[in-house]
Design a protein around this ligand. Sequence first.
Ligand SMILES: Cc1ncc(COP(=O)(O)O)c(C=O)c1O
Length: 458
Amino acid sequence: MTHLPNSLAGRDIASMVHPYTNLDRHQTVGPFVAASGDGCYITDDNGVKYLEGMAGLWSASLGFSEPRLAEAAARQMATLPFYHSFNHRSHEPMIALAEKLMSIAPPGLTRALFANSGSEANDQAIKLVWYYNQGLGRPEKRKIISRIRAYHGVTVASASLTGLPPNHTDFNLPLPGFLHTDCPSFYLNGQPGESETDFTDRIVGNLEAMIEAEGPETIAAFWAEPIMGAGGVYLPPEGYFAKVQALLKKHDILFVVDEVITGFGRTGNMFACETYDLAPDMMVVAKALSASFLPISATLISGPIHEVLISQSRKLGAFAHGFTYSGHPASAAVALETLKIYEERDTVGHVRAVSPLFQRRLKALAAHPLVGEARGVALIGGLELVKDKPTKTLFEPSQGVALAVVAACLGRGVILRAIRDIVAVCPPLIITEAQITVLFDALEAALDEVAAKVLAPA
Ligand SMILES: Cc1ncc(COP(=O)(O)O)c(C=O)c1O
């Protein structure tokens, strides 16, 4: 494929380094150039319209054209386009957003510290964990446990939490003191004859063994996405979080919940903390916080953690952390408007109303010869593609089977995402039943098309 040097594609190739892109391949294939958005649809620079079945990056909860968000940004830009929050400075949109978040957050979370991305909000949560234990006079309690296949971002520290080899290889990561325990996928990691609850007991036992081997006095925090997203859409097995939380309590280990994908309705409740009965000491939110119209994220912290931050200021002076754009006024105004829209339109109620159809269509794909497992909750789903269902044998990575399915979907006007052998589905929360039908009709046809090529005839 060649691209004219003065075309958008040619200019992109000549000027960009693309995140999460095969940079060598990009030199020839070039970019997909999005030109405009309308509800759940994106139109490319050739005028072709696509149903965005991933809400961009699991994030554009209200689609791609909500006028109220554009107006909220314009109003704020015209009033106070920028101010900061260092050195006691503040502004109304940030204050109102913090209050609103506290009013909907899980009980016990009492303060918000803003940042600009999910990675930054996790990164600053790591610093808070360390600062907290230093404040309590136990500096040795600083190791952090997350999970294999977790995704918490890409800064040096948040990539250390992430449990995916490509985020570590040749980046000299993870940093020391970041440990990874089992991925909780019963499908992938359950042993022959093991029940789901036996599997839970085994992996929680492994976590306990890790804590004991390292010394509980050295373990500061455990990090988890309620549903693992970018690692492959893995749901917690039966009883998992109840047992993990009891273990953390026993060893005085902080529980940090990363709701960057699951927050604001994705699982059919405002937060997945409600869906899975989680009581975090800190919670990280981003993405749907502003419907992705502008960058903003937040780390929400418990009262006891906040108390220690205050006592640290008595000792050290100013809390020496913050970003120029922490709680940026335009982003905060857009986030506040987003939360108002969720409330006024009962977006969570809408998710609950349409998700039975979404889950029915998703789970029906479990019968497809290419699909080993179809899993999901409310408006998030994943298909694990396998070469042989009874033995769960995977395809050779070089076959790119999930990529082929996603390409076949694109050819049918639907954007989905391939993660290794998994096809992920995570549409805008405003998706309608008619659009869910279009999405799954395309996915089913794409699976048939690819199965005909990669599966030997029975
Ligand atoms: C659970 C989770 N945490 C953190 C992040 C990182 O967020 P960002 O890309 O905004 O840095 C992501 C991004 O997909 C995520 O899914």
